[in-house]
Design a protein around this ligand. Structure first.
Ligand code: HEM
Length: 616
């Protein structure tokens, strides 16, 4: 969940392409024009990564005052004015100093001395950027934060109205917060916002609940499980191949962000609770419900008045009623999956051990049940919902932005395809193959540097602390801008350029340790992502399978690719591509993709009562 989820964003589910994939969120379609909150300034609505990794421009649409962010920064609007006392007394001191001999001159001298001290004291105060809430609308929030960090430095306070946040853009400070003094930081505002959907799940939970749940869940992702998942990634990606093939045969372009969102939803459903959403081929109320609550989480983070805390409003406001219904649908589904998994467990006679993997139900849920974990069904639902959300849009966003990066770099793409052709060819990649798909992995590593998901990590200080030499009071909300760290020219050469070769294929897979916290795609320290390996393997397998079989080209009528933030970095208008089967593999000239048998499809009706458009 990103800063966008807290301060605002243009929430953006996978962008539906009516002719190609079923629609996910009609509500979103209507709301697409809505502008969410951003932070400070007035850059364009959705920055434009039109060339690879290019630093998004912050110029563009004017602010309420009609000035661009650049102009406002230059005018000193966000510049800390030093000591307020010194500033207020300055004109008095100047006036008194005009008295050549009288008492005024003495007072002026005293004021000058005091002013010096006040200024010195103010010098160690954290730099502060001030904004107007009206200004903070309609852009990916991490973009102005990047600009402000170049002015205000590695740790600064961002204040607008009564709200104030500390923004951290420094690797060393991030390491301190995530690792050295991690116990001083909770998820703060993130837990408050996610409570209605994740409750005390692993992402928002703190303290003893977090400790206990992490201890219970991490072992479920053991090697045998991951091996099994890798096979499932392959099967799911092949299912996706068939959808893309159909789109091609129908002469349709494909909105790839939507495609990846569906693919990763199908995967995470099977991985976490052995449920086949099959969202690549149809929409159903459960899928709609998942997206309804995801979008609601984003909406709640942008809306200034938390009216949904009043029970009556939850009953009478239509979107809140829809959200309650969606939650009921999801809870019903989860309850029935939990019951089913329990039944399977009662009937199977497999011994539970540390690498337990049920033949019939190899899901995380089943591992947790078989492990005899004594938890309430509410806690179990919170855990499942957390993993569903954590593992879904993140991986979808990584795949989307990886493909976007590759679209501008045919040279890298050609090398990548050659690697895939050589290492796996038409086979489905197994765990051992993934180790050999080194360039494929580096391409994903680099895309995650340029487009970290989420771009900002959120924390709240439990006790007073000192960050980068500045005092931070207990209760302060803090954003670690991974985006800023990943694009810091002091840490990275050509920081805004997509360059997978910066991570040599014969070196280690980059992570926060190898890159000394300059690189945090999965966070770091004790709250590091538990699904890092799962997600990386999933992305490698999906990319290898797709790039072996297709060429992806921007569709001639594709809208420019721009960013907008939700829980992750979304595209503002989708990633519309022509997907053309590769006819030769570049090595022996043989056709790659056999004609695929088309499964029978019947139209389905979405909850909005509109007929969903099926593939294609
Ligand atoms: C490419 C995909 C993914 C990315 C980029 C990603 C990124 C992250 C990041 C940055 C964090 C740390 C958040 C923080 O410190 O505030 C995190 C935490 C977490 N992730 Fe992932 N994640 C991905 C996939 C997954 C998957 C597939 C799962 C589940 C199977 C998962 C489950 C979790 C959980 C449960 C946490 C919370 C851990 C804790 O607080 O103890 N993630 N993820």
């Amino acid at each position: 969940m990103s800063l966008g989820s807290i301060l605002g964003h243009n929430c953006s589910p996978p962008v539906s392409q009516p002719d190609v994939l079923p629609r996910l969120s009609r509500e979103y379609e209507r709301k697409r024009g809505r502008r969410g909150l951003a932070v400070v300034g007035s850059s364009s609505n959705g920055s434009e990564p039109s060339s690879n990794g290019a630093s998004p421009s912050s110029k563009g649409k004017g602010s309420a005052s009609g000035k661009s962010l650049d102009e406002r920064i230059l005018s000193g609007e966000f510049t800390d004015q030093g000591s307020t006392k010194e500033r207020i007394t300055r004109p008095i001191r100047k006036a008194l100093a005009k008295d050549p001999v009288g008492p005024g001159r003495n007072i002026a001298l005293k004021l000058a001395k005091a002013g010096k001290e006040w200024k010195a004291a103010a010098a160690v105060r954290m730099p502060e950027a001030r904004g107007d809430i009206r200004e903070i609308i309609g852009q990916p929030v991490f973009v102005p934060l990047q600009k402000l960090a170049t002015i205000y430095g590695k740790v600064f306070r961002l204040s607008f109205g009564p709200k104030s946040f500390v923004v951290v853009s420094d690797a060393e400070v991030a390491r301190y917060m995530l690792m050295t003094n991690a116990s001083n930081y909770t998820k703060g505002v993130l837990s408050e916002i996610l409570d209605f959907v994740m409750g005390k799940g692993l992402i928002p939970a703190d303290g003893d609940v977090w400790k206990a749940r992490r201890r219970a869940i991490v072992p479920s992702l053991h090697r045998k499980y991951i091996e099994n998942m890798v096979r499932m990634f392959g099967d799911s990606a092949l299912h996706g191949v068939s959808s893309l093939q159909q789109a091609h045969q129908a002469g349709k372009s494909v909105e790839m962000e939507n495609f990846f969102s569906r693919l990763t939803l199908d995967i995470i459903g099977k991985a976490v609770f052995n449920y086949d959403f099959d969202s690549l081929t149809h929409d159903d109320p459960v899928i709609q419900a998942v997206y309804t609550v995801l979008r609601e989480a984003e909406y709640r983070s942008t809306y200034p008045l938390p009216y949904w805390n009043v029970p009556l409003f939850r009953l009478i406001v239509p979107r809140q009623r829809r959200c309650q219904e969606a939650l009921k649908t999801i809870n019903r589904t989860l309850d029935s999956l939990i019951a089913k998994s329990k039944r399977v467990f009662d009937e199977e006679d497999q011994e539970f051990g540390e690498d337990f993997l049920s033949d019939e139900d190899p899901s995380i849920l089943h591992f947790l049940l078989a492990g005899g974990d004594e938890i309430t069904s509410k806690q179990l639902r919170d855990d499942l919902m957390t993993m569903l959300i954590a593992g879904h849009e993140t991986t979808a966003a990584v795949l989307t932005w990886t493909l976007h990066c590759l679209a501008d770099r045919p040279d890298v793409l050609a090398r990548l395809q050659q690697e895939v052709d050589t290492v796996v060819g038409d086979r489905t990649p197994a765990l051992d193959d993934i180790k050999q798909l080194r360039l494929t992995t580096r391409v994903i590593n680099e895309a995650m540097r340029l487009y970290p998901q989420p771009p900002v990590l959120i924390r709240r200080a439990v006790e007073d602390d000192v960050l980068g030499g500045f005092s931070v009071a207990a209760g302060s909300d803090i954003f670690i801008s991974v985006w800023n760290i990943h694009r810091n020219a002091g840490y990275w050469s050509n920081a805004d350029t997509f360059d997978p070769d910066r991570f040599p294929v014969d070196g280690p897979i980059p992570n926060e340790v190898t890159e000394v916290y300059n690189y945090l795609p999965f966070g770091g320290g004790r709250r590091k992502c538990i699904g890092d390996q799962f997600a990386l393997f999933e992305a490698v397998v999906a990319l290898a399978i797709l790039l072996r079989r297709f060429e992806f080209r921007m569709a001639p009528n594709a809208p420019a690719v721009a960013m907008t933030t939700g829980a992750t970095i979304h595209t503002s208008e989708g990633l519309l591509m022509d997907v053309v089967p590769r006819t030769t593999n570049g090595l022996n000239g043989t056709p790659i993709l056999e004609e695929l048998a088309m499964p029978e499809r019947t139209p389905v009706t979405c909850p909005s009562n509109k007929t969903a458009t099926l593939i294609p």
